[in-house]
Design a protein around this ligand. Structure first.
Ligand SMILES: [Zn+2]
Length: 115
């Protein structure tokens, strides 16, 4: 494992999470703000369908849950593993591994600093 490959993994995760986060936030806030206007309109014209607003909120928050699951999956797939103990090196540990050259789990030297 080299410092470059660790930095690349970090960059890849950041790029992918940024992209999916932007799409998520756009859709999520469209749901939430759209629901405010929807509720106003429903309350005025169809008060018997007010519960639909709750359904929209449930959908929005389920979508939020799905997003968090997807984000964790992206990280899991792209995070590097320690070649010695095979544990996942999480995002926040990567700078520590780069600086020390050792695995944060087993402590063995895993970064090839000669490259
Ligand atoms: Zn290890």
């Amino acid at each position: 494992m080299t410092v470059d490959s660790l930095n690349m993994a970090l960059t890849r995760i950041k790029e992918k999470s940024n992209k999916i986060s932007k799409i998520f936030l756009a859709i999520f806030f469209t749901f939430i703000f759209g629901n405010v206007f929807f509720l106003k309109w429903v309350k005025r014209d169809f008060p018997e369908f007010e519960w639909l607003s709750g359904v929209v909120l449930v959908i929005a928050f389920s979508y939020g849950g799905w997003f968090l699951w997807k984000l964790s999956k992206i990280k899991k797939v792209n995070l590097p593993h320690c070649p010695e103990c095979n544990s996942v090196i999480i995002e926040t540990q990567i700078p520590v591994v780069i600086a020390s050259g050792n695995c944060t789990c087993c402590g063995k030297s895993i970064v090839d600093k000669s490259v």
